[in-house]
Design a binder for this molecule. Structure first.
Ligand code: 13P
Length: 257
């Protein structure tokens, strides 16, 4: 079984200095390999411009660096885009795709996500595909159908469970302080697991991450939920103490599974 993933999405926050300081604090705790953090896998996704500098700070392979998007094309005339080749060149081994903020703010479709995921897979990068429903869709009782359609359309052809993770991040829980209840998370994660099992090879190896106002106070309860294989954390990943505390709480929660 793959380890529980504690993933920090720093979004468009910080400066070179503050991001490097945040990385230094996270790395010094992880490098000490203390009992309290060992056992999870850790990933950070700094703003693109700072990945290179932070990559140079990483001495031991204690944390995975991830981009927040990638081009579906190879290097060439694509102004403003960033290729998988470039991401790998500066040390990123993973890429987050289809985040709700990209779907909403950039009109990114699940078809776009599938093309990008295919390119990332060709580049041998790990991929986190985000899926979500809005509050209106949940209130209309459409959340399962929306998530099913996003998963099936966003997965690249020939996807297996080995290098792809799914992150379920209900839009209404992102940055709002409103976490989905453990029951809501369980229902959706079990549903996603069934979709993956029905449609993919080695689906068991695909982790299903939860994201949306994860914090130290709710991490243990959420980590104990069946089919929760990690967290994608926004706000609480911007402070080393809360990011690492979530890791510790998640270890406790996994024991309750
Ligand atoms: P918050 O943890 O700030 O709700 O953000 C979640 C998220 O969007 C992570 O990708």
């Amino acid at each position: 079984m793959r380890p529980f993933l504690i993933a920090g999405n720093w979004k468009m926050n910080g400066s070179m200095k503050s991001c490097q300081e945040l990385a230094t604090s996270i790395l010094s705790s992880l490098n000490s390999d203390s009992e309290s953090v060992r056992g999870n896998e850790y990933l950070i996704s700094p703003p693109f411009l700072y990945i290179d500098a932070i990559s140079r700070q990483i001495e031991k392979d204690v944390v995975i660096l991830a981009g927040k998007d990638c081009s579906a094309s190879d290097n060439g005339a694509h102004t403003g885009d960033i290729s998988c080749e470039m991401l790998k060149d500066v040390g990123a081994k993973s890429v987050i795709l289809g985040h709700s903020e990209r779907r909403q703010n950039h009109g990114e479709t699940s078809q776009d996500v599938a093309k990008k995921a295919e390119k990332a897979a060709q580049a041998k990068m790990a991929v986190i595909i985000c899926v979500c429903e809005t509050l209106e869709e949940r209130e209309a009782g459409e959340e399962f159908e929306i998530v099913r359609s996003q998963i099936l359309t966003s997965l690249p052809s020939g996807a297996t469970g080995q290098d792809i993770d799914i992150a379920y991040e209900p839009v209404w829980a992102i940055g709002t302080g409103k976490t989905a209840s453990a029951e809501d998370v369980e229902a959706m994660h079990d549903f996603i697991r069934n979709i993956l099992n029905e449609n993919l090879d080695k689906a068991d190896e695909m982790r299903i991450l939860y994201g949306g106002s994860v914090k130290p106070e709710n991490a243990k309860e959420l980590a104990a939920v069946s089919n929760v294989g990690g967290f994608l954390i926004g706000g609480a990943s911007l402070k080393a103490e809360s990011f690492l505390e979530i890791g510790r709480e998640a270890l406790l929660g996994q024991k309750d599974k």
